[in-house]
Write a protein that binds this ligand. Structure first.
Ligand code: ADP
Length: 575
């Protein structure tokens, strides 16, 4: 997964790495030149040449290293961007089924916080690590050429550090993974509280909800501190190792200089190399640390990347606009293997045009049927047909274009009324908008609003009444010119005027489109061409209001209790 983001940038990474390497090489040559300076000093030769060379080397080395680190950091940012774009692109195309069990706050944290960790993997992790290895090899080779005995002493001490590293690094990775998880929990906790902001306040739950987020924050801190402790141990043991190697080389080298088997200049140059070695070694330690950190993040990102997504929107070719017929045949469905089935063999037909109402006690499976029609979920068995074609045969964008869906608490988004209307049909013309406004009886509302269609409707459409919001949602669905309108009626009471308008709107729409409505009010069911009564995931009865009132006990009970207490209509029908 990391590779897919790194691959497009690989040449930039190589370029950055090479620059860093060349810069490092310039540093590597410095002790050699320093050796000639010391030798020139001893033999009384000219110092100017070697010192100028040394200065040029230092300056060039610095410039090249700076360019290298810029290129690397920039590339790392690009890799983070690529990962973020990829994740964001997938986010809204994830399957409803998967999003049900993921926490939105945790998802957010993965896109924002976890991707940031990728940056470090790409700079310190991959490239610094590789550069460091090259520099180490170069350095060790030069040290070997200079004095194999001293090299042996050095390597002996350094092996010790490597052993410590093997113990420490996995612990850094584990602690980081746990810290990121805690961060995700923190996001999820905050999101949960903010989503129900008013309820949290009304329930006096501020302190408890805050505490839950704090627990996660402290957990992230604790894990972060653990990672920091192990990094500190890794860093210090490196430093200590080099110091010990220095002392050992000084001791062994000193003895050998004293007995004349080693030049003093060679010992000094060797010690300089040893100090130089600190650079690549800490780079390597840092690199492996970052790699561990990054890998923790990559695991979390891969969990999202491994989820299936719906196909990308393809423009739907000119579609039919005639009403469509629907047919459910022995549809079984459950929300998860561990859940009891929500639908047990549901079959019914919805002829093209007209209005069909779904009624039944709460939990009967009405909304589930809507979700299956939109293919938010797939039935476990049985089939759903639209105009005789199985839903699965239709490309998803085509299916969703054919179906208009008005949710129960149809969200009106912050923004202008126009933005809300054209949400599903960005290309709608003013004439089409005006026509839909007329059909949904919103024309007078728009005329009344201070800025007409451009009036902002406020957060979640607060400036509109419940009835208006619902009709705006219907208008939004109609602008897509659906062949079927799925309408989940709001359970909340509408005033008489809005109730009458809703009924007229549904009647009008049913004249041109197939309307399938989850009905919660009597005025809707009495106007339906046919009513499907559901109970506990099964179809119980199908008929008209009059037929069902006399023929189905559950329906009669619903009609008298659940449907709006409009006893006048009830008695007029019953009487
Ligand atoms: P209705 O719309 O008739 O009130 P639903 O279709 O919403 O009923 O629910 C049918 C059954 O499926 C209920 O038992 C409900 O608890 C369950 N259910 C609904 N949505 C989900 C979901 N997203 N995950 C798990 N179970 C669900």
């Amino acid at each position: 997964m990391l590779l897919t983001h790194i691959r497009p940038q690989k040449w930039m990474l190589v370029a950055g790495g090479l620059l860093g390497f060349v810069g490092g090489m310039a540093g590597l040559a410095e002790p050699l030149v320093a050796k000639t300076v010391i030798e020139a000093f001893g033999s009384g030769g000219s110092l100017a040449g070697p010192i100028v060379l040394l200065t040029v080397l230092v300056l060039c080395g610095a410039a090249i290293s700076a360019a290298g680190s810029y290129v690397l950091e920039r590339t790392a940012e690009s890799i983070v961007l690529s990962a973020r774009l990829g994740l964001v692109g997938r986010m809204l195309r994830l399957r409803v089924h998967d999003v049900d069990r993921l926490k939105p706050g945790d998802l957010l944290s993965r896109v924002t916080a976890d991707t940031t960790l990728l940056r470090a993997v790409c700079t310190s992790g991959v490239t610094n690590g590789i550069t460091a290895v090259f520099m180490l090899i170069g350095c060790v080779a030069l040290m070997a050429a200079m004095d194999p005995v001293l090299l042996g002493v050095t390597l002996g001490v350094l092996t010790l550090i490597a052993a410590i590293g093997l113990f420490v690094f996995p612990r850094i990775g584990r602690a980081t993974a746990q810290a990121q998880m805690a961060l995700g929990e923190m996001g999820a906790g905050l999101d949960r509280a903010l989503q129900a902001f008013r309820t949290v306040k009304a329930s006096g739950a501020e302190a408890r909800e805050t505490e839950a987020v704090r627990v996660a924050a402290r957990e992230a801190w604790r894990r972060g501190v653990t990672a920091a402790r192990w990094s500190a141990i890794a860093g210090t043991s490196t430093w200590l190792g080099v110091q010990l190697a220095f002392l050992a080389v000084l001791g062994v080298g000193g003895i050998r200089v004293a007995n004349g088997s080693l030049e003093i200049s060679a010992l000094i140059a060797f010690l300089l190399y040893l100090f130089y070695l600190t650079g690549p070694i800490s780079m390597l330690v840092e690199g492996v640390t970052q790699l561990q950190t990054g890998l923790a993040a990559v695991t979390r990102l891969r969990e999202i990347e491994d989820l299936e997504t719906e196909p990308l929107d393809e423009p739907v070719a000119e579609k039919e606009s005639t009403p469509a017929a629907l047919s459910l045949r022995d549809v079984h469905f459950h929300y998860g293997e561990d859940r009891s089935p929500a639908l047990h063999g549901v079959s019914f037909e919805v002829p093209a045009g007209g209005m069909t109402a779904l009624v039944g006690p709460s939990g009967a499976g009405k909304s589930t049927i809507f979700a299956l029609l939109e293919r938010f979920y797939e039935p476990a068995s049985g089939s759903i047909l639209i105009d005789g074609r199985d839903l699965t045969e239709l490309p998803l964008p085509e299916l969703r274009a054919a179906i208009g869906y008005v949710e129960q608490d149809a969200p009106v988004l912050a923004g202008s009324l126009r933005e809300n209307l054209v949400f599903g049909a960005p290309g709608a013309t003013d004439a089409e908008i005006a026509e839909v406004l007329r059909r949904t009886q919103l024309t007078d509302l728009v005329e009344r609003l201070p800025e007409g269609l451009e009036t902002a409707v406020g957060h979640r459409g607060q400036m509109l009444s419940g009835g208006e919001r619902q009709r705006v949602a219907i208008a939004r669905a109609l602008l897509r010119r659906p062949r079927v309108l799925l309408l989940d009626e709001a359970t909340s009471q509408l005033d008489a005027v809005n109730e009458m308008r809703l009924r007229e709107v549904i009647d009008e729409v049913a004249g041109e489109t197939t309307v399938l409505v989850i009905a919660h009010r009597l005025s809707t069911v009495t106007g339906a061409d046919r009513i499907v009564v559901l109970e506990a995931g099964r179809v119980r009865a199908i008929g008209t209001h009059a037929e069902l009132v006399s023929g189905d006990a559950l329906y009669r009970e619903l009609a008298t209790t659940q449907f709006a207490a409009d006893s006048e209509i009830m008695t007029s029908v019953e009487g």
